[in-house]
Design a protein around this ligand. Structure first.
Ligand code: ATP
Ligand code: MG
Length: 424
């Protein structure tokens, strides 16, 4: 025997036992997005590497060390998408979706980053991304946050908290960056290696450091809030007032910056303490400059991405009630005629009651062995057809989840009786 191959580290199979909770999350998210007028867009998984360099930024973690990049057979340099905003913006420009019109878009699918795999952090992971193009906010920023709050409620998730901050304009950040670097140089020896490196490449990211000693040093650092321009300040104050009016709780976190270069003004994260170190389930903000970076016309934009694996982990932790995906019926047939009749009857049932999930036994075997399979399938009823039943044009309905006797009904009465039993 040859040895069996394994999936790539950090890339997971989602097995049938888990797919119900995934589908519950995806269906719920989609329904909420539709209720706010968002439309789905689907982009390719592979894009030119240049797209991510220009949008995410050359000196970010993602572009520096996390992308799956390769030359294809034509010699084009391509990357598996590490996130969806860049591709979404590219598609909007390419297809003129944002010329003089607002777009409210969402997408979902796998993203790829070569990170160290650990709980809540994988190399292939799923995001739902939401982007609004053509609105300056802060009304739409507030609406997006209300949308996310509604999502958690519909999913039945608790104990998520919202952090918000404003990054101001890029001029404000440039002035702040200068002052921050001056300060951090005075404490250079006390910084960890990662922060020392970032001081050269991307100093604002140091604010985001998880290192406690670095966090302590930042207490004394100049504050971004003191450098924010007046317009951004007013934008942020209105956003906070709208959130207050909506009764949405939030904390202003002055150290909240995002890892990507394209963000400005509003940034936010939804975090939980229930997932260990990987506690951010949803993150986003405003990226008014991105469309121009990508060669489009200036278009204000705001969006967020949520990490589905982390949402699923929370749903599982919090014991969410997920709709049952087991079959309703398992059709047991013994004998050649019964087998044929079983296939035909189940087709007829699917016509009559399209909600039914029916497994028709295939492969023969005794009643006993088929009932075992029926039981294991999780079905609520077995429908039983032997040669006798076929002769009489009848079928047995045997409850599998409650102590009740089997009943027998005629073929013609079957649809009606099932509709009664399932209360449809
Ligand atoms: P982090 O600081 O945790 O690395 P990030 O800033 O890189 O996060 P974003 O690029 O903003 O994350 O992605 C949005 C969301 O996608 C995150 O909040 C998280 O829920 C999820 N996510 C990001 N990277 C991963 C990953 N490697 N595995 C699983 N989920 C991820
Ligand atoms: Mg990251």
């Amino acid at each position: 025997m040859v040895n069996a191959l394994q999936a790539i580290r950090g890339m997971n199979d989602i097995l049938p036992a888990q797919s119900s909770v995934w589908q519950f999350a995806e269906d719920t998210i989609r329904a909420v997005l539709e209720s706010y007028g968002f439309r789905e867009i689907r982009m390719p998984i592979v894009e030119k590497t240049e797209l991510f360099k220009r949008s995410i930024g050359e000196v970010t973690d993602i572009v520096e060390k996390e992308m799956y990049t390769f030359d294809d057979r034509n010699g084009d340099n391509l990357s598996l998408r590490p996130e969806g905003t860049a591709g979404c913006a590219r598609a909007c420009i390419q297809h003129s979706l944002t010329n003089k019109q607002v777009q409210r878009l969402w997408y979902t699918g796998p993203m790829f980053r070569h990170e160290r795999p650990q709980k809540g952090r994988y190399r292939q992971f799923y995001q739902v991304g939401v982007e609004v193009f053509g609105l300056e906010g802060p009304d739409v920023d507030a609406e997006l946050l209300m949308l996310t709050a509604r999502l958690w409620k519909r999913l039945g998730l608790e104990q998520l908290s919202l952090q918000v901050n404003s990054l101001g304009t890029s001029e404000a950040r440039d002035r702040y960056r200068g002052e921050l670097v001056v300060y951090l140089k005075t404490v250079f020896d006390q910084l960890d290696a990662d922060s020392q490196r970032r001081l050269e490449t991307n100093p604002l990211r140091i604010l985001d450091s998880k290192n406690l000693q670095v966090q302590a040093l930042l207490e004394e650092a100049p504050k971004l809030a003191d450098f924010i321009d007046e317009d951004s300040q007013a934008h942020f104050e209105t956003l906070c007032a709208l959130l207050d009016a909506a009764g949405l709780d939030y904390d202003i976190n002055p150290h909240l910056v995002r890892g990507l270069d394209y963000y400005g003004r509003t940034v936010f994260e939804w975090v939980t303490d229930q997932l260990g170190a990987q506690g951010t389930v949803c993150a986003g903000g405003r990226y008014d400059v991105l469309m121009e970076y990508l060669g489009g016309r200036a278009t204000p934009a705001v969006g967020f991405a949520l990490g589905l694996e982390r949402i699923i982990a929370l749903l599982e932790n919090q014991g969410a009630r997920v709709p049952d995906a087991s079959p309703h019926l398992y059709i047991v047939t013994v004998g050649e005629q019964a087998q044929r009749q079983g296939l035909l009857l189940s087709e007829r049932l699917r016509d009559a009651l399209p909600k039914l999930r029916i497994v028709t036994h295939c492969g023969g075997g005794s009643f006993k062995s088929q009932f075992k399979k029926a039981d294991r399938s999780g079905a609520r009823y077995a429908l039983v057809l032997g040669e006798d039943e076929v002769q009489r044009r009848e079928i047995g309905i045997k409850p599998l989840r409650e102590r009740k006797d089997q009943e027998t009904v005629s073929y013609d009465a079957l649809d009606g009786r099932l509709a009664q039993l399932f209360d449809w």
